[in-house]
Ligand binder design. Structure first.
Ligand code: PLP
Length: 270
């Protein structure tokens, strides 16, 4: 496997960045996960826009998007895969301990792995921790993902593939790596960005293509909604068949099944 590190394509075991990289020592970095289909990154421009927004939110210099594009193309070409997950990581770069960022400039790493098969339906759990809808990092895709790691581990222990958060005022927010949609009375709703959720690329496309409404929703909506589904780059649209101990049947329900179809058809044309 070859990956891109700071301007060069390297073998994965020979690729290095500094152990004093600010991304490693204090989580000062941003990232994107893209899907590649037969070597083509899906929705690359939307991901690059979000990478820049996240970097600006952290006060990192704008990434050189020409280099990021070249890096993505080189990594994809060097590692032919039918369905891949492309990871772009952009960090503050090396800096002496205890100081702000050093002079060496940011680090860029682009790597590719095989995208795991995602079933059409999945189980989710709610977690007792909250997303902060007004935090400094709200809405940024930063490498400070440890809270998601802890919540996802809890979901896995309970036989689920995703954990869902409420925000600090008890509204439904998002998953550790996905956005959430509910169907109530035949209409699709998803929490607004003001809930503190990430502006998911898949969420954006699903809102545009299905007319889903952005609505403040209490966490409890998960107990009564007719259907629930998740969206993310690697899940696309994925139906939820269990929320905590509540079974939802059939899953996918009719509205979710239609959203899955619409997404697959429209995405194939992008
Ligand atoms: N929310 C969080 C916290 C995420 O990390 C992700 C993706 O990794 C998403 C939502 C879904 O975003 P996208 O559809 O762009 O993959």
């Amino acid at each position: 496997m070859k990956l891109w590190v700071n301007g060069e394509l390297r073998d994965a075991d020979a690729a290095t960045i500094s152990v004093l990289d600010h991304g490693l020592t204090v989580g000062d970095g941003v990232f994107e996960t893209l899907k590649t289909v037969r070597g083509r990154p899906f929705a690359l421009d939307l991901h690059l826009d979000r990478l820049v927004r996240s970097a600006r939110g952290l006060g990192l210099p704008d990434p050189d998007l020409d280099e990021v594009r070249r890096a993505c193309a080189a990594v994809v070409e060097a590692n032919p895969l039918e369905l891949g997950r492309l990871r772009v990581t952009y960090t503050g770069g090396p800096s002496p301990l205890g100081s702000d960022r050093g002079d060496a400039g940011p680090s860029l790493v682009v790597a590719l792995g095989e995208a795991a098969h995602r079933p059409d339906t999945t189980a989710v759990v709610t977690v007792p921790w909250t997303r902060n809808e007004r935090g400094a990092l709200t809405g940024l895709k930063t490498t400070s993902y440890a809270e998601n790691v802890v919540a996802l581990a809890r979901a896995h222990r309970q036989g689920a593939s995703e954990a869902l958060f409420a925000n600090t005022v008890g509204q439904l927010c998002e998953g550790t790596g996905s956005n959430v949609f509910v169907v109530v009375d035949g209409r699709i709703h998803t929490p607004p960005l003001a809930s503190g959720c990430l502006a998911g690329i898949t969420r954006h496309l699903v809102v545009e293509w299905t007319g889903a409404r952005e609505t403040d929703l209490p966490l409890d909506v998960l107990r009564t909604a007719d259907e629930v589904f998740l969206t993310s780059t690697l899940r696309d649209v994925q139906a939820v068949h269990r929320v905590d101990d509540r079974e939802l049947a059939p899953a996918p329900g009719p509205v979710t099944a239609k959203a899955m179809r619409v997404f697959a058809e429209r995405a194939a044309l992008l």
